[in-house]
Design a protein around this ligand. Structure first.
Ligand code: URA
Ligand code: SF4
Length: 195
């Protein structure tokens, strides 16, 4: 697979602008991201949670940000939301081995509360700081289809006017003409299901 040149070509995977997109094999991107200090989220977190999956993946699934379990494991979607996501993929006949899993933001953000760490949503500046990593993953993998899970990933792909409530499940066209869509985040489904 060829390496996309940095700049407008690679950034056309998403509506939000990205200045400089790192290039190279996923293993190299992962190693670089492990040392990222582009926003304050790295400091209290355990590690960068880079995407997981093969460069040949045809589908990229983008979540919001790692949670407590992902922060400790160093891999995306290994906690309860990830469990539901994998079950859902299995139900619709998608082999998880053919999917690349990643997040819009690659560090866990939290506030300590006793022994627990309460999830906090990454702000706009943190999301912007982390965009080059997602742009780099998409440019490298060049998947056939991109699926955004939840509003953060959806707005990164499609712009701030996008509403998951109104536009979920509706095929969109990325600036580079690839198909993409957004749907509920699995954590939102868990919250709907519990009451
Ligand atoms: N929720 C996300 O958005 N990403 C993960 O990796 C886990 C939970
Ligand atoms: Fe870098 Fe993203 Fe982590 Fe911020 S959240 S330090 S931009 S990898």
């Amino acid at each position: 697979m060829s390496v996309e040149p940095p700049g407008p070509v690679a950034s056309s995977w998403m509506a939000k602008p990205v200045d400089a997109i790192p290039t190279g094999a996923l293993s190299r991107l992962r190693a670089e991201a492990a040392g990222c200090r582009a926003c304050p989220l790295w400091r209290p977190a355990t590690q960068t949670v880079f995407g997981r999956g093969r460069a040949a993946a045809r589908l990229v699934l983008i979540g919001e940000q790692p949670g407590d379990r992902e922060d400790l494991a160093g891999a995306p979607f290994v906690g309860p939301a990830g469990q539901l996501l994998r079950e859902t993929l299995a139900q619709v006949g998608i082999d998880a081995a053919s999917v690349y899993f990643t997040n819009a933001v690659k560090h866990f953000k939290f506030v300590p509360r006793g022994k627990r760490r309460l999830h906090q949503r990454a702000n706009a500046a943190e999301q912007a700081a982390c965009r080059p990593w997602l742009a780099a993953e998409l440019a490298r993998i060049a998947p056939e289809v991109v699926v955004a899970l939840g509003a953060m990933a959806a707005q990164t792909l499609f712009g701030n006017a996008f509403r998951v409530t109104a536009q979920r499940g509706v095929w969109q066209t990325l600036p580079n003409a690839r198909p993409a869509l957004a749907t509920w985040h699995p954590a939102a489904l868990l919250r709907m299901r519990s009451p």
